[in-house]
Design a protein around this ligand. Structure first.
Ligand code: AMP
Length: 255
Protein backbone atom coordinates (compact mmCIF):
# COMPACT_ATOMS: atom_id res chain seq x y z
CA UNK A 1 0.00 0.00 0.00
CA UNK A 2 1.29 3.45 -0.88
CA UNK A 3 0.86 6.05 1.88
CA UNK A 4 0.83 9.79 1.22
CA UNK A 5 0.85 12.52 3.86
CA UNK A 6 1.77 15.15 1.34
CA UNK A 7 -1.08 16.25 -0.95
CA UNK A 8 1.25 17.61 -3.67
CA UNK A 9 3.06 14.26 -3.92
CA UNK A 10 -0.25 12.40 -3.98
CA UNK A 11 -1.60 14.67 -6.75
CA UNK A 12 1.47 13.91 -8.88
CA UNK A 13 0.91 10.19 -8.31
CA UNK A 14 -2.80 10.57 -9.11
CA UNK A 15 -1.94 12.01 -12.56
CA UNK A 16 -0.30 8.70 -13.48
CA UNK A 17 -3.41 6.63 -12.65
CA UNK A 18 -5.54 5.99 -15.71
CA UNK A 19 -7.65 3.22 -14.13
CA UNK A 20 -11.04 3.56 -12.40
CA UNK A 21 -10.76 4.91 -8.88
CA UNK A 22 -13.03 4.18 -5.90
CA UNK A 23 -12.68 6.40 -2.84
CA UNK A 24 -13.53 5.74 0.82
CA UNK A 25 -13.14 8.80 3.07
CA UNK A 26 -12.83 7.99 6.80
CA UNK A 27 -11.72 9.44 10.12
CA UNK A 28 -9.87 6.24 11.03
CA UNK A 29 -10.34 3.94 14.05
CA UNK A 30 -11.42 1.50 11.38
CA UNK A 31 -13.89 -1.33 11.94
CA UNK A 32 -15.94 -3.70 9.81
CA UNK A 33 -18.29 -0.88 8.78
CA UNK A 34 -15.41 0.93 7.07
CA UNK A 35 -14.08 -2.36 5.68
CA UNK A 36 -17.45 -3.11 4.02
CA UNK A 37 -17.15 0.16 2.06
CA UNK A 38 -13.60 -0.74 1.06
CA UNK A 39 -14.62 -4.23 -0.07
CA UNK A 40 -17.37 -2.79 -2.25
CA UNK A 41 -14.98 -0.26 -3.75
CA UNK A 42 -12.48 -3.01 -4.52
CA UNK A 43 -15.16 -5.02 -6.32
CA UNK A 44 -16.30 -2.07 -8.42
CA UNK A 45 -13.04 -0.25 -9.22
CA UNK A 46 -9.52 -1.04 -10.38
CA UNK A 47 -7.90 1.18 -7.73
CA UNK A 48 -9.17 1.91 -4.20
CA UNK A 49 -8.02 4.99 -2.32
CA UNK A 50 -8.81 5.53 1.38
CA UNK A 51 -8.32 8.73 3.37
CA UNK A 52 -7.89 9.01 7.13
CA UNK A 53 -8.43 12.55 8.35
CA UNK A 54 -10.05 13.48 11.66
CA UNK A 55 -11.71 16.64 10.41
CA UNK A 56 -11.74 19.33 13.13
CA UNK A 57 -14.26 21.56 11.34
CA UNK A 58 -17.05 19.01 11.72
CA UNK A 59 -16.66 18.74 15.50
CA UNK A 60 -18.80 21.29 17.31
CA UNK A 61 -17.54 19.89 20.64
CA UNK A 62 -13.80 20.35 21.29
CA UNK A 63 -13.74 17.55 23.84
CA UNK A 64 -15.29 15.12 21.35
CA UNK A 65 -12.49 15.97 18.87
CA UNK A 66 -9.83 15.56 21.55
CA UNK A 67 -10.97 12.12 22.65
CA UNK A 68 -11.70 10.78 19.13
CA UNK A 69 -9.67 7.53 18.80
CA UNK A 70 -6.63 7.63 16.47
CA UNK A 71 -5.06 4.13 16.26
CA UNK A 72 -3.16 4.89 13.02
CA UNK A 73 -0.74 1.92 13.11
CA UNK A 74 -3.59 -0.56 13.57
CA UNK A 75 -5.54 1.16 10.79
CA UNK A 76 -2.60 0.93 8.37
CA UNK A 77 -2.29 -2.80 9.08
CA UNK A 78 -6.05 -3.33 8.46
CA UNK A 79 -5.90 -1.37 5.20
CA UNK A 80 -2.87 -3.21 3.86
CA UNK A 81 -4.49 -6.54 4.78
CA UNK A 82 -7.50 -5.44 2.69
CA UNK A 83 -5.09 -4.68 -0.17
CA UNK A 84 -6.07 -1.03 -0.40
CA UNK A 85 -3.92 0.59 -3.09
CA UNK A 86 -3.37 4.04 -1.65
CA UNK A 87 -3.92 5.67 1.76
CA UNK A 88 -3.79 9.44 2.21
CA UNK A 89 -3.36 10.92 5.71
CA UNK A 90 -3.10 14.68 5.22
CA UNK A 91 -2.59 17.22 8.02
CA UNK A 92 -5.02 20.01 8.98
CA UNK A 93 -2.69 22.63 7.47
CA UNK A 94 -2.68 20.85 4.14
CA UNK A 95 -6.44 20.39 3.95
CA UNK A 96 -7.18 23.93 5.18
CA UNK A 97 -4.54 26.23 3.64
CA UNK A 98 -7.28 28.89 3.77
CA UNK A 99 -7.80 28.39 7.54
CA UNK A 100 -11.43 27.40 6.74
CA UNK A 101 -12.29 30.83 5.33
CA UNK A 102 -14.07 29.04 2.50
CA UNK A 103 -16.84 26.66 3.40
CA UNK A 104 -19.67 24.80 1.75
CA UNK A 105 -23.14 25.20 3.27
CA UNK A 106 -26.42 23.44 2.56
CA UNK A 107 -29.31 25.48 3.92
CA UNK A 108 -32.18 23.05 4.43
CA UNK A 109 -31.74 19.35 5.32
CA UNK A 110 -28.36 20.03 6.97
CA UNK A 111 -30.16 22.14 9.60
CA UNK A 112 -32.38 19.23 10.65
CA UNK A 113 -31.69 16.07 12.75
CA UNK A 114 -27.94 16.08 13.61
CA UNK A 115 -27.54 19.56 12.11
CA UNK A 116 -29.92 20.98 14.70
CA UNK A 117 -27.87 19.61 17.59
CA UNK A 118 -24.40 20.03 16.06
CA UNK A 119 -24.25 23.57 14.61
CA UNK A 120 -21.79 23.77 11.73
CA UNK A 121 -21.27 20.01 11.61
CA UNK A 122 -22.44 19.48 8.04
CA UNK A 123 -20.62 22.61 6.79
CA UNK A 124 -17.44 20.88 8.00
CA UNK A 125 -18.43 17.54 6.47
CA UNK A 126 -19.42 18.92 3.06
CA UNK A 127 -16.37 21.19 2.89
CA UNK A 128 -13.89 18.44 3.69
CA UNK A 129 -15.57 15.94 1.34
CA UNK A 130 -15.50 18.46 -1.52
CA UNK A 131 -11.79 19.13 -0.85
CA UNK A 132 -11.05 15.39 -0.74
CA UNK A 133 -13.03 14.81 -3.96
CA UNK A 134 -10.98 17.51 -5.69
CA UNK A 135 -7.75 15.93 -4.48
CA UNK A 136 -8.62 12.27 -5.15
CA UNK A 137 -10.79 12.74 -8.28
CA UNK A 138 -12.61 9.42 -7.84
CA UNK A 139 -15.07 7.81 -10.24
CA UNK A 140 -17.09 6.46 -7.32
CA UNK A 141 -17.17 7.33 -3.62
CA UNK A 142 -18.55 5.11 -0.86
CA UNK A 143 -20.56 6.21 2.19
CA UNK A 144 -22.30 4.25 4.95
CA UNK A 145 -26.03 4.34 5.57
CA UNK A 146 -25.06 4.47 9.25
CA UNK A 147 -24.69 8.23 8.62
CA UNK A 148 -27.72 8.44 6.36
CA UNK A 149 -28.22 12.21 6.59
CA UNK A 150 -24.57 12.69 5.63
CA UNK A 151 -24.99 10.30 2.67
CA UNK A 152 -28.05 12.19 1.37
CA UNK A 153 -26.34 15.59 1.74
CA UNK A 154 -23.22 14.39 -0.10
CA UNK A 155 -25.22 12.75 -2.87
CA UNK A 156 -27.22 15.94 -3.39
CA UNK A 157 -24.07 18.08 -3.20
CA UNK A 158 -22.50 16.01 -5.99
CA UNK A 159 -25.61 16.62 -8.10
CA UNK A 160 -25.83 20.33 -7.25
CA UNK A 161 -22.18 20.93 -8.21
CA UNK A 162 -22.20 18.70 -11.33
CA UNK A 163 -19.51 16.40 -9.95
CA UNK A 164 -18.80 13.39 -12.17
CA UNK A 165 -18.67 11.14 -9.12
CA UNK A 166 -21.11 8.34 -8.36
CA UNK A 167 -22.06 8.38 -4.68
CA UNK A 168 -22.63 4.81 -3.49
CA UNK A 169 -24.53 3.94 -0.28
CA UNK A 170 -23.50 0.86 1.75
CA UNK A 171 -25.69 -0.86 4.37
CA UNK A 172 -25.03 -0.34 8.08
CA UNK A 173 -22.82 -3.03 9.61
CA UNK A 174 -23.94 -4.01 13.12
CA UNK A 175 -22.62 -5.83 16.16
CA UNK A 176 -24.34 -9.17 16.94
CA UNK A 177 -26.64 -7.36 19.44
CA UNK A 178 -27.72 -4.83 16.79
CA UNK A 179 -25.60 -1.84 17.81
CA UNK A 180 -24.32 -0.05 14.69
CA UNK A 181 -20.54 -0.37 14.51
CA UNK A 182 -18.91 2.97 15.22
CA UNK A 183 -15.49 4.28 16.16
CA UNK A 184 -17.23 5.97 19.11
CA UNK A 185 -18.31 2.59 20.56
CA UNK A 186 -14.69 2.29 21.78
CA UNK A 187 -15.42 5.14 24.17
CA UNK A 188 -18.28 3.33 25.96
CA UNK A 189 -17.54 1.64 29.29
CA UNK A 190 -18.68 -2.02 29.59
CA UNK A 191 -21.97 -1.10 31.28
CA UNK A 192 -22.77 1.56 28.68
CA UNK A 193 -21.76 -0.79 25.86
CA UNK A 194 -24.26 -3.39 27.09
CA UNK A 195 -27.02 -0.81 27.30
CA UNK A 196 -26.23 0.72 23.88
CA UNK A 197 -27.97 -2.08 21.98
CA UNK A 198 -31.28 -0.75 23.29
CA UNK A 199 -31.18 1.94 20.60
CA UNK A 200 -31.52 -0.61 17.82
CA UNK A 201 -33.87 -2.86 19.79
CA UNK A 202 -36.25 0.03 20.43
CA UNK A 203 -36.05 1.85 17.11
CA UNK A 204 -37.14 -1.19 15.09
CA UNK A 205 -40.31 -1.60 17.18
CA UNK A 206 -43.66 -0.76 15.64
CA UNK A 207 -44.28 2.13 18.06
CA UNK A 208 -44.29 5.92 17.68
CA UNK A 209 -41.16 8.09 17.67
CA UNK A 210 -42.36 9.59 20.96
CA UNK A 211 -42.55 6.10 22.55
CA UNK A 212 -39.02 5.23 21.35
CA UNK A 213 -37.79 8.48 22.88
CA UNK A 214 -39.58 7.78 26.18
CA UNK A 215 -38.18 4.25 26.49
CA UNK A 216 -34.61 5.39 25.79
CA UNK A 217 -34.83 8.34 28.20
CA UNK A 218 -36.24 6.05 30.91
CA UNK A 219 -33.24 3.75 30.43
CA UNK A 220 -30.59 6.38 31.05
CA UNK A 221 -30.04 7.74 27.54
CA UNK A 222 -30.21 11.46 26.85
CA UNK A 223 -32.17 11.46 23.61
CA UNK A 224 -31.52 14.31 21.17
CA UNK A 225 -34.07 13.24 18.59
CA UNK A 226 -36.19 10.37 17.35
CA UNK A 227 -37.72 11.39 14.05
CA UNK A 228 -39.21 9.58 11.08
CA UNK A 229 -38.75 11.18 7.66
CA UNK A 230 -39.91 9.41 4.51
CA UNK A 231 -40.12 5.91 6.02
CA UNK A 232 -36.75 6.17 7.73
CA UNK A 233 -36.46 6.54 11.49
CA UNK A 234 -33.47 8.52 12.78
CA UNK A 235 -32.20 8.41 16.37
CA UNK A 236 -29.47 10.33 18.19
CA UNK A 237 -28.86 9.76 21.90
CA UNK A 238 -26.08 10.24 24.40
CA UNK A 239 -24.95 7.56 26.78
CA UNK A 240 -22.70 9.23 29.32
CA UNK A 241 -20.57 11.53 27.17
CA UNK A 242 -20.76 9.35 24.07
CA UNK A 243 -23.11 10.42 21.30
CA UNK A 244 -24.58 7.54 19.29
CA UNK A 245 -26.65 7.76 16.10
CA UNK A 246 -28.56 5.20 14.10
CA UNK A 247 -31.32 4.98 11.51
CA UNK A 248 -33.44 2.31 9.93
CA UNK A 249 -35.90 2.03 7.06
CA UNK A 250 -39.33 1.28 8.51
CA UNK A 251 -42.38 0.08 6.67
CA UNK A 252 -45.10 0.59 9.27
CA UNK A 253 -45.55 2.94 12.17
CA UNK A 254 -48.45 2.97 14.56
CA UNK A 255 -48.90 2.82 18.31
P1 AMP B 1 -16.20 7.84 9.81
O1 AMP B 1 -14.82 7.29 9.92
O2 AMP B 1 -17.03 7.64 11.04
O3 AMP B 1 -16.22 9.25 9.28
O4 AMP B 1 -16.92 6.95 8.71
C1 AMP B 1 -16.40 6.81 7.42
C2 AMP B 1 -17.41 6.13 6.54
O5 AMP B 1 -17.73 4.84 7.08
C3 AMP B 1 -18.75 6.90 6.48
O6 AMP B 1 -19.25 6.86 5.15
C4 AMP B 1 -19.62 6.14 7.44
O7 AMP B 1 -21.00 6.25 7.16
C5 AMP B 1 -19.13 4.73 7.22
N1 AMP B 1 -19.49 3.88 8.35
C6 AMP B 1 -19.20 4.09 9.67
N2 AMP B 1 -19.74 3.13 10.44
C7 AMP B 1 -20.39 2.29 9.60
C8 AMP B 1 -21.17 1.10 9.80
N3 AMP B 1 -21.39 0.59 11.00
N4 AMP B 1 -21.70 0.50 8.70
C9 AMP B 1 -21.50 1.02 7.45
N5 AMP B 1 -20.78 2.13 7.21
C10 AMP B 1 -20.23 2.76 8.27
Amino acid sequence: MEIFKDIKKFKNRRKEIKKTVGFVPTMGALHEGHLSLIKKSKLENEITIVSIFVNPTQFNDKNDLKKYPRPLKKDIKLLSDEKVDILITPSYEEIYPDGYRYKLTETDFSKKLCGKFRPGHFDGVLTVVMKLFNIVKPDKAYFGEKDYQQYVLIKEMAKAFFLDIEIVACPTVREPDGLAKSSRNLLLNPKERKKASLIFETMVKNISDESVKKILNENGFKVEYVETINDRRFVAAKLGNVRLIDNIKISRRKE
